[in-house]
Design a protein around this ligand. Structure first.
Ligand SMILES: Cc1cc2nc3c(=O)[nH]c(=O)nc-3n(C[C@H](O)[C@H](O)[C@H](O)COP(=O)(O)OP(=O)(O)OC[C@H]3O[C@@H](n4cnc5c(N)ncnc54)[C@H](O)[C@@H]3O)c2cc1C
Length: 445
């Protein structure tokens, strides 16, 4: 199914919930005026959006498979932007006056409403300014603020969403004209219990993930660590090349929240371990020098659809286009193809900043020697390196390397940091590469 249609799945869920609320509400209640009607509508709609946002945060795998986690979080961010609008209308109509607050002249309904509202403001602000790039990515200042923020603290504040949902649930329960409306009350409880139940089960599952042990950590370039992990119970997670997981160091000097990293290993080759390549980038990744053999890690996932089933099952040409550390899923896919003795045409394009960031060049050379259908094309952007072109992966480069035909004939698999991805997306658009041909993994949410 088209990705654009799947993007509407969660807004659709919120709409269906909202319609059922509306039907239940209007069954035995006629709003006395338009203002009141608007208040009912915006209140119910806000609650449905809140529940759907919690639902997205449990990363439902069936939808993630089709949409990808990055796009799912983008839908989450945009839906969260609608929430302040619907809430503002609801609160403005329902506003019981600042004097009421100052005189503590508040009803249970309004107290619960305000608790829900204040916690929600915290949740929306932390989401927009620290946890997601979606809204702020065009502002350098805000991106800098996000980069310097204590992500762990904001993540905890973001979890107030659950307090907000519970407060709003009981807020609805205290509204006088809803007290008699059994259908409305049933729906409120049913949706809340369903969504929060799923959320807590998800959290419980995270707490009980099987542990992996670090069996090797090495530095393969001045800022890139390679870590190999073996499952302690012998059952390696079943993943597809190019996917990623959320890694949490649980029994290690570098304890942290879960971070997403792509597997660089090939599941058909590294049968009893997984390998990741991690670039030092910020608070957590800069502490990886302290990781020791024997440290324990949990992996949640796998996620991502960088190497989809139709590509895996075909023998059509494939272009693996990476920028910097975005090479990890491409290496995984390349290694998987080689482990399966593929004879498809594979074009490996890699934009690297400096020579010291070039890794596994020997491996690429060896593959090229053995597999005539494989070619690699490396370009350095920040320095001149003898024997290699200098610049960015653009139309000119593609033409000079004789790769133009692949715009039409190949599937494209692209991964890298946001600026490289933006440029790559433009390149593909200019050259009429279709959405079906392009598989993009973003290293940011
Ligand atoms: C799908 C995906 C796959 C990735 N694969 C790799 C990989 O194979 N190798 C690699 O080196 N990097 C990868 N990254 C990037 C990596 O997750 C971040 O660089 C890392 O989490 C930064 O953490 P930090 O605490 O060191 O940096 P910080 O300074 O705390 O954060 C830097 C930026 O990283 C992002 N970030 C931080 N923590 C998280 C988190 N828990 N979840 C999501 N984003 C976060 C935020 O955008 C933040 O602004 C991947 C990212 C994504 C989304």
């Amino acid at each position: 199914m088209n990705k654009q249609i799947i993007r509407w799945f969660f807004p659709g869920v919120a709409t269906v919930m909202f319609i059922t609320f509306l039907i239940a509400l209007l069954q035995d209640y006629i709003p006395p005026n338009f203002q009141e009607f608007m208040s009912n509508i915006t209140g119910s709609l806000s609650f449905c959006i809140m529940l759907t946002l919690v639902l997205i945060s449990v990363r439902p795998k069936a939808i993630e498979k089709k949409l990808g986690l990055t796009d799912m979080y983008e839908v989450h961010a945009w839906m969260a932007m609608v929430l302040p609008v619907t809430l503002l209308i609801h609160v403005t109509i329902r506003w019981s006056g600042i004097e009421n607050i100052l005189n503590f002249n508040l009803t249970n309904t309004s107290i619960l409403g305000y608790i829900g509202l204040i916690t929600l403001i915290v949740v929306v602000l932390t989401g927009i300014f620290v946890l997601s790039d979606t809204i702020i990515k065009k502002s350098k200042k805000l991106m800098n603020f996000k980069g310097n923020a204590n992500r762990n603290m904001y993540l905890w504040l973001h979890r107030f969403a659950i307090v907000s949902v519970i407060a709003i649930h009981f807020h609805v329960y205290n509204v006088s004209y809803l007290l008699e409306n059994t259908a409305f009350r049933f729906l409120t409880s049913f949706y809340t219990i369903f969504v929060l139940g799923w959320y807590f089960l998800f959290k419980l599952k995270l707490g009980r993930l099987p542990k992996y042990e670090v069996v090797r950590r090495s530095k393969i370039s001045p800022k890139i660590h390679e870590i190999e992990l073996k499952p302690m119970d012998g059952n390696r997670l079943d993943y597809i090349a190019g996917q990623y997981g959320f890694f949490r160091f649980v029994d290690s000097p570098v304890k942290s929240e879960a971070h997403p990293f792509s597997f660089s290993s090939a599941p058909s080759f590294n049968k009893d371990s997984v390998i990741v390549m991690i670039q030092e980038d910020g608070d957590f990744t800069s502490t990886l020098d302290d990781v020791k053999e024997g440290d324990k890690v949990t992996i949640e996932g796998p996620y991502g659809n960088f190497y989809p089933k139709d590509v895996r099952q075909s023998n059509e040409p494939m272009v693996l286009l990476s920028g910097g550390i975005g090479v990890t899923p491409s290496l995984s896919v390349l290694r998987e193809e080689i482990a399966n003795n593929s004879n498809r045409r594979i074009v490996f394009i890699w934009g690297v900043a400096t020579e010291e960031q070039l890794m596994y060049y020997d491996e690429l050379e060896k593959i090229a020697e053995k597999y005539p259908n494989f070619s690699h094309h490396i370009i350095f952007s920040n320095e001149e390196v003898e024997g290699f072109p200098h610049g960015f992966v653009d139309n000119d480069f593609i033409q000079k390397e004789g790769l133009k035909e692949y715009y039409e004939t190949a599937s494209w698999h692209i991964c890298g940091p946001p600026p490289m991805l933006a440029a790559a997306k433009n390149l593909l658009k200019e050259n009429n590469v279709t959405e079906q041909q392009a598989n993009i993994e973003e290293f940011s949410f």
